[in-house]
Write a protein that binds this ligand. Structure first.
Ligand code: GDP
Ligand code: MG
Length: 370
């Protein structure tokens, strides 16, 4: 186009008409809102506005309400390792998690009703270890897809009487792709047919070389049934955690990942959140994927109400306005109104994405039929 009206230019520059008129005057052009100005003059004004306009547009709501600053070394504190248990079906993942939970509940919480919240913490030598109680594969795929790796260590359970199986191999691939440390728990060593040597031999074919054979993967013989080796396994987890120097800053707004979520008839949406950095407090405004709300009640896996959760602590939270997806990231934010606006934006974007995906499929189908 050869020309543009002052009003239109203001609109495009996201400036007020008065600002544009003022800029024009500074350049020796006197025009009012409906006057046309030539392209060269318009570009000149646009250029002078540009730097400012660009800056304003770039500050997203996310940037305004989510504290994304780097932590200073001196603010960091050691945090508990987050562990996921993986392996072939029936090799003893659930049994192992149960055995660890039952032998290591802290005495103050013994007798409390243990709830399934998808994650729990156990105490080992006065230190904590966080276990994700979700199927390892699922946790990995959804979280990796969202770029929110929640785990530090994968315990690969292999039954000593059965050896490496398809899902064992799959688990190795997942763990390697996610770059988490692997510890092998050679389970069911109480069984007569148990052959831990065979398991270790098989594993070397998949790049898992046991420490005792000069590799870097600890292999711990255990029995989820009798409890043999469980302490060795837990101590190894702490040793690996120490090598990784896992740290976080408890003194900042919380961020983390949704482990699982559901709708409760009485209490509304309930989400198990794993805090990865900062501290989550009761009353915090939280954005989780396309959900938003204020943390109403927080409980740990014993059903005990708590008022804050530090890094690596999993908590069950009520107060969100909808059910977030497992693997969604969450952030405690500073402004409720903007938080709601952000979630609105995300919901719209999600709808558009879905719509676009649908139209694409329809077009593909159309071409296929032709
Ligand atoms: P998952 O599918 O990997 O979660 O495996 P489960 O924990 O459900 O265990 C499958 C079966 O193996 C169950 O019957 C368990 O009782 C049994 N099992 C698990 N661990 C052991 C163990 O250390 N020794 C023995 N003898 N049986 C075990
Ligand atoms: Mg199971």
């Amino acid at each position: 186009p050869e020309s543009i009206t002052v009003g239109e230019l203001a609109l495009r520059l996201k400036a007020t008409v008065a600002e544009v008129i003022k800029k024009l005057m500074q350049n020796g052009v006197f025009a009012s809102i409906n006057d046309e100005i030539d392209f060269d003059t318009a570009s000149l004004v646009a250029m002078e506005f540009h730097a400012k306009v660009e800056k304003e547009v770039e500050v997203t709501i996310e940037e305004q309400i989510i504290d994304d600053s780097e932590d200073k070394e001196e603010d960091l504190e050691t945090r508990a390792p987050v562990v996921v248990v993986m392996g072939h079906v029936d090799h003893g993942k659930t049994s192992l998690l149960d055995a660890i939970r039952h032998t290591n509940v802290t005495s103050s919480e013994a007798g409390g009703i243990t709830q399934h919240i998808g994650a729990y913490q156990v105490k080992v030598n006065d230190r904590m270890v966080t276990f994700l109680d979700t199927p390892g594969h699922e946790a990995f795929t959804t979280m990796r897809a969202r770029g929110a790796m929640a785990t530090d260590i994968a315990v690969l359970v292999v039954a000593a009487d059965d050896g490496v199986m398809p899902q064992t191999i799959e688990a190795i691939h997942h763990a390697k792709a996610a770059k988490v440390n692997i510890i092998v728990a050679v389970n069911k060593i109480d069984k007569p047919g148990a052959n831990p040597q065979m398991v270790m031999e098989q594993l070397t074919k998949y790049g898992i070389v046991p420490e005792e054979w000069g590799g870097n993967v600890p292999c711990i013989p255990v029995s989820a049934k009798t409890g043999t080796g469980l302490n060795d396994l837990l101590e190894m987890i702490l040793l690996v955690a120490d090598m990784k120097e896992l740290k976080a800053n408890p003194n900042r707004p919380a961020k983390g990942v949704i482990i699982e979520a559901r709708l409760d008839k009485g209490r509304g949406p309930i989400a198990t959140m794993l805090v990865q950095n900062g501290t989550l407090h009761q009353g915090d405004i939280v954005v989780a994927g396309t959900s938003v709300g204020r943390v109403r009640a927080m409980t740990n896996e014993s059903g005990r109400e708590i008022t804050s959760a530090k890094p690596s602590v999993p908590v069950e939270v009520t107060g969100l306005d909808s059910v977030p997806a497992g693997g969604d990231t969450f952030n405690a934010v500073s402004d409720e109104r903007l938080a709601r606006e952000l979630v609105e934006q995300r919901r719209t974007a999600k709808k558009e994405e879905k719509f676009n995906a649908r139209t694409k499929v329809t077009l593909d189908n159309l071409f296929e039929q032709m």
